[in-house]
Write a protein that binds this ligand. Structure first.
Ligand SMILES: Cc1cc2nc3c(=O)[nH]c(=O)nc-3n(C[C@H](O)[C@H](O)[C@H](O)COP(=O)(O)OP(=O)(O)OC[C@H]3O[C@@H](n4cnc5c(N)ncnc54)[C@H](O)[C@@H]3O)c2cc1C
Length: 390
């Protein structure tokens, strides 16, 4: 972008997609403001570990100039995948790339977010500032409306505000729909000392076991932490129908153990011994091929643009979207041309990814896929390689 004045750019949302965008913009000498409704970087736990793929998440980190720092934090051994028979606990699938051979090392989401935050110019992120909406002003600029009723105008507003984006309504009427699957999440801490058998069971990466009633994931994070997800095919209000108070840890635990009746004891212990309460995460998606007529001054990235099931792609894509948008802004002389070029690339990529996720979901539902984690990895490999942008 070679205009006389640096454009005023606002990124809504300090998730990893928005931060990848902000960091890459700053790397190219652009000013950017990130507005985030959370009150501080530590206000909320950031969730589990992410495997970052060469052509997506890792490409974004390279564009952001953070790849070497990522390598220093990443856990190559975290690529281990174990598939267990739910009833016998026998290992039916095992993948452990030899040292230096794997290409999707794991990093804790919190560490990744911190990496981006530490790389930004001071005061880039305005914490505790909630966006209520955005309106195009008709002259190529857009107005951000904040929760406290104040407003601010920008040349470009980037909606990186996730599944329930407040930016998206300025571009499209689409709303996320429930997939029919819910993850119920819990965790175990200090596992090598306090839960050594479960530490052994899960190994260094991800464990998965599937029956027709549920899929259980155990995911090793850094710092002796294991994150556990029970994936259930249930109505959105499953807990109401079951008469459960989600804050009642004992009751939710008992319910899940009933769902996992007949499963191998070692696997059930992931729920029985959990240290945390349970977080209900119903999975939603945007329609495949979600798109909009271009509106000058406003665009979207990541989940705000193409929310899809959690098959190991969403965070990788959000980061790549952010890096691609910033790179387009830096390399075009006209801001609107840059955004149009980015949208063309990102929307096609998002549609292909959502389509592939839907195919995988169908295969999982029809039992033609036996190992969820393996299928997830293959999907990521297959999907994005041909769409390399750099
Ligand atoms: C259980 C689960 C497991 C997953 N595992 C993986 C995985 O292994 N690999 C992978 O690639 N993907 C995974 N995903 C998908 C991944 O989490 C998302 O695709 C990714 O986080 C999207 O990033 P984002 O930056 O677009 O949005 P988000 O990460 O949702 O960030 C949005 C940010 O915007 C802020 N915000 C929201 N509304 C407002 C507002 N009105 N005003 C200001 N700020 C606002 C939020 O506080 C947040 O900080 C998983 C998802 C789930 C649910």
């Amino acid at each position: 972008m070679n205009s006389t004045r640096s454009p005023r750019i606002a990124v809504v949302g300090a998730g990893i997609g928005g931060l990848a965008c902000a960091r890459t913009l700053q790397r190219h000498g652009h000013r950017v403001t990130v507005v985030e409704r959370e009150t501080s970087a530590g206000a909320r736990g950031q969730g589990g570990t992410l495997d970052l793929h060469v052509d997506t998440g890792q490409a974004a980190l390279r564009a952001a100039g953070l790849f070497e720092k990522f390598r220093a934090l990443a856990r190559a051994e975290g690529e281990e995948v174990r598939g267990l028979d739910p009833f016998t606990g026998a290992l039916v699938h095992h993948e452990q790339p030899a040292e230096g051979v794997g290409n999707a090392p794991e990093i804790d989401r919190g560490q990744l977010r911190e990496l981006f935050l530490d790389s930004l110019a001071p005061d880039t992120v305005h914490w505790g500032q909630s966006v209520a909406g955005v309106t195009p002003l008709g002259d190529g600029t857009a107005r951000l409306h904040f929760g406290d009723r104040t407003t601010e105008d920008f040349d470009l507003v980037v909606g990186a505000d996730g599944a329930w984006s407040r930016t998206r309504p300025a571009l499209s009427d689409a709303t996320p729909a429930y997939t029919g699957d819910t993850f119920v999440e819990t965790f175990l801490d200090d596992v090598d000392n306090r839960h050594p058998a479960l530490a052994q069971l899960v190994g260094k990466g991800t464990l998965a076991a599937t029956s027709d009633r549920a899929t259980l994931f155990g995911q090793r994070n850094s710092g002796g932490h294991i994150r556990v997800y029970a994936s259930l095919h249930v109505p959105l209000d499953w807990h109401v129908a079951a008469g459960l108070d989600l804050a009642d840890t004992t009751a939710v635990r008992e319910h899940l153990l009933t769902v996992l009746e007949g499963w191998h004891d070692g696997l059930r212990d992931l729920i029985r011994e959990s240290d945390g309460g349970f977080i209900n995460r119903p999975l939603h998606v945007l329609p495949i091929g979600h798109t909009w007529d271009h509106v000058p001054g406003i665009t979207l990235l990541g989940d705000a643009a193409h929310l899809m099931p959690p098959y190991g792609i969403g965070a990788n894509l959000a980061m790549l979207d952010g890096a691609d948008l910033a790179t387009a802004v830096a390399t075009h002389t006209d801001l609107d041309h840059a955004v149009r070029a980015y949208e063309k690339l990102m929307l096609a990529r998002g549609e292909a990814a959502a389509q592939a996720c839907a195919e995988l979901a169908k295969a999982l539902a029809s039992d033609t896929v036996v190992n969820v984690e393996d299928a997830r990895k293959q999907l990521n490999e297959r999907l994005l390689r041909p769409q390399r942008t750099r």
